[in-house]
Design a protein around this ligand. Structure first.
Ligand code: C2E
Ligand code: MG
Ligand code: MG
Length: 644
């Protein structure tokens, strides 16, 4: 900004300097023209006075000749030249300056008298009057001398004026010349200054352009190439793959569990991890390779000149080895692990875009199958295509009302009476029939569809609960909340709105969470659950004992209920550890003030054991499978009619 202002000022100053120079040149030439005209006029006046002086002189000499002459031819010249200076004096009177005009007029009178004397002399000679002749000759000589003196005085005066004018013009010229010289030097300096400023300005503009291109092509967090530069380099490498048998390799890398680091240690730690990964990748890459960050925790390495898929895999494994060392993040040692997808042009991929797509497919295969590094295999495509297609299809299904909610009762262990139901989602697929959650919940998780799916289940279940109440059945509902709900700070407000809409009372709605879902950000999840509890929503921990954080969740999460996973239930009838584990979990839950629900109860023999252990409620095929709402209503009515 400042440079631009300086450049503009310099150019404006130069323009002003050049204009001044041009003005001086104009002034100088006008001045010279005026002085020349004045001098020419003075010269003309001087010439006229010189003529007057000359003519009077000639007339006087002719007068001398006239007096001496003894023939008519000797007297002729004077007779013809009398009054010869008259015309010059008239001119001077009319065209001379004020003093010349005045002098000329004065001289005209004297000259008139002189001319008269000469004519009288001629007349005296004609009459042979020698005495008059002599008197007239004397008088004429005196007049001629006086006239010539006056003429010469005027000549001298004009010469003086002329030299004055010349001197003035010379002085003016010198002053202008000095000004021109000074201005030329100033202008020259300004030209130099402008050149320097413009050059510096041009350089800074070029530097800025280079910097913006660098920024446009590099990742701001890590300084490695970004997606645009990666694509450019990939195109270049593919276009110049010349050596027979050689190819361009691409490794696509995605960190494992990066989200957890971000969520538990914070975004700054996440950024540091990403920076460390970028620097490790850059260290392990060759000079001719390009390391790029594609966004989030996804990186790519372009490897020009790779001979075979074996070589590519070797490089991939080496990079993974060098990457998988713990990183110290503010005292926490965090394990780094990643999944790498590898693809090679022209062996399997026909162009740069395909190379990228194939590496992406291979990367997902590596992640799914925990391979570390996976080479692209066309068979991987089917899974990816299926995954993408299923995501789009599920989205449409959610929006188009293809989801159904079935309900499975929870019963009191002591008397078998229903204590509520769990809402379990189903997808009535137009072609594949009724699909269970295991077939599409992972698709929803991968495609960010858990929130809309939970919203549909929540509102359907809450509306159903209101319908049951209207029909005279009190049936609390439990809904499984996906992980995304427990990361969304707006979730409690949404639940509050639904509770208001469907007139849900405190204690009637339970939210079931599984520890594996909330593991990424326990603190935020805990605060969201606390907000839900303030609304009167019960919180239940589902599938207890299957994850790794069961104990810490018991401590951190605000809970009302614990559901023992069906894997433990299945072994409950075995003497020894099976039963002991369920009993221990139940004791633990009771010690934490939680109610216990046992899942997956299939055998009648299990119920007395649960009663003995002190579990409050049970859920399982023994009592009822998950049913559509109407069937569940019929079941509940029948159940009420026939006591357990
Ligand atoms: P879950 O929340 O633990 O639900 C209980 C699952 O156990 C249900 O499977 C139910 O049908 C099954 N089950 C109940 N009693 C028995 C039994 O006696 N024996 C056996 N073998 N299984 C029994 P379902 O409906 O297939 O649901 C599977 C899982 O899908 C659920 O486990 C839950 O984690 C998830 N899920 C279901 N609906 C939703 C939903 O609306 N949102 C989310 N995020 N997840 C859901
Ligand atoms: Mg559940
Ligand atoms: Mg469960």
């Amino acid at each position: 900004m400042q440079r631009r202002a300086v450049a503009r000022t310099a150019i404006a100053a130069l323009a002003a300097g050049l204009t001044l120079l041009a003005g001086l040149a104009l002034y100088s030439s006008r001045n010279t023209a005026q002085a020349t005209a004045k001098i020419a006029a003075a010269e003309q006046v001087t010439q006229q006075w010189s003529q007057v002086y000359l003519r009077i002189g000639i007339e006087y000499e002719q007068l001398v000749d006239f007096v001496r002459a003894d023939s008519a031819s000797g007297r002729g010249p004077l007779i013809s030249s009398i009054g010869s200076a008259e015309e010059n004096l008239r001119w001077l009177h009319a065209h001379g300056g004020p003093s010349d005009s005045f002098q000329a007029q004065a001289l005209q009178n004297t000259y008139g008298g002189y001319s008269y004397t000469l004519r009288d002399l001629v007349d005296a000679q004609k009459h042979g009057d020698r005495v008059r002749m002599e008197e007239d000759a004397k008088l004429a000589a005196l007049s001629a001398s006086a006239l010539r003196k006056q003429a010469s005085v005027n000549i001298a005066r004009n010469n003086l004026e002329m030299s004055g004018l010349l001197k003035q013009a010379q002085e003016d010229n010198e002053a202008v010349l000095l000004a021109v010289e000074v201005m030329s030097v100033v202008d020259l300096l300004l030209v130099g200054f402008c050149a320097v400023v413009l050059l510096a300005y041009q350089k800074s503009t070029e530097r800025q352009a280079r910097e913006s291109r660098y920024q446009a092509m590099h990742d701001s967090l890590t300084g490695v190439a970004n997606r645009s530069l990666l694509l450019e380099r990939l195109d270049e490498a593919v276009a110049t793959t010349a050596r027979p048998g050689a190819g361009t390799g691409l490794l696509l890398l995605d960190l494992n569990h990066f989200k957890e680091v971000n969520d538990t240690l914070g975004h700054l730690a996440g950024d540091r991890l990403i920076q460390e990964v970028a620097s490790r990748l850059s260290e392990s890459a060759r000079d001719e390779d390009t390391v790029a960050r594609l966004g989030g925790d996804e990186f790519a390495v372009v490897l020009p000149d790779v001979s075979s898929t074996e070589d590519l895999m070797k490089v991939g494994r080496r990079i993974l080895d060098q990457l998988c060392r713990p990183v110290d993040l503010d005292g926490f040692l965090v394990d780094v692990s990643a999944s790498i997808g590898a693809s090679l042009y022209p062996m399997a991929s026909g162009n740069a875009a395909e190379l990228l797509q194939h590496a992406d497919v291979a990367m997902y295969a590596a992640k799914r199958n925990r391979l570390g590094v996976a080479l692209y295999d066309p068979r991987h495509d089917e899974n990816t295509t299926e995954r993408l297609a299923a995501g789009a299809e599920l989205r449409q299904a959610i929006e188009g009302g293809e989801l159904e909610v079935h309900y499975q009762p929870k019963v009191r262990v002591s008397d078998g009476s229903p204590t509520g139901v769990e809402a379990l989602v189903r997808w009535r697929h137009p072609i594949r029939g009724l699909l269970g959650p295991d077939q599409f919940i992972p698709v929803a998780e991968q495609n960010g569809l858990i929130r809309p799916l939970t919203d549909v289940v929540l509102s359907t279940a809450m509306e159903q609960m209101r319908a049951w109440r209207t029909a005279g059945l009190t049936m609390p509902v439990a809904v499984n909340a996906g992980a995304d709900c427990l990361h969304d700070l707006g979730f409690p407000a949404h639940v509050a709105e639904l509770m208001d809409r469907y007139d849900t009372r405190p204690g009637e709605l339970t939210v079931e969470i599984t520890e594996s879902m909330v593991i990424t950000d326990p603190e935020r999840a805990a605060s969201i659950l606390a907000e839900l509890r303030v609304l009167g929503v019960r919180v239940s921990i589902d599938d207890f004992g299957t994850g790794y954080s069961s104990m810490s969740y018991l401590q951190q999460m605000p809970l009302d209920e614990l559901k023992i996973d069906r894997r433990f239930t299945a072994r409950i009838e075995q003497e020894g550890s099976g039963r002991a584990i369920v009993a221990a979990i139940a004791d633990l839950a009771h010690a934490c003030g939680l109610q216990v629900v046992v899942e997956g109860v299939e055998h009648a023999d299990t119920v007395p054991i649960l009663d003995e252990i002190g579990c409050e409620a049970a859920q399982g095929y023994l009592f009822c499978r998950p049913l559509p709402a109407d069937d569940l209503t019929a079941w509940a009515i029948a159940r009420a009619a026939v006591p357990a």
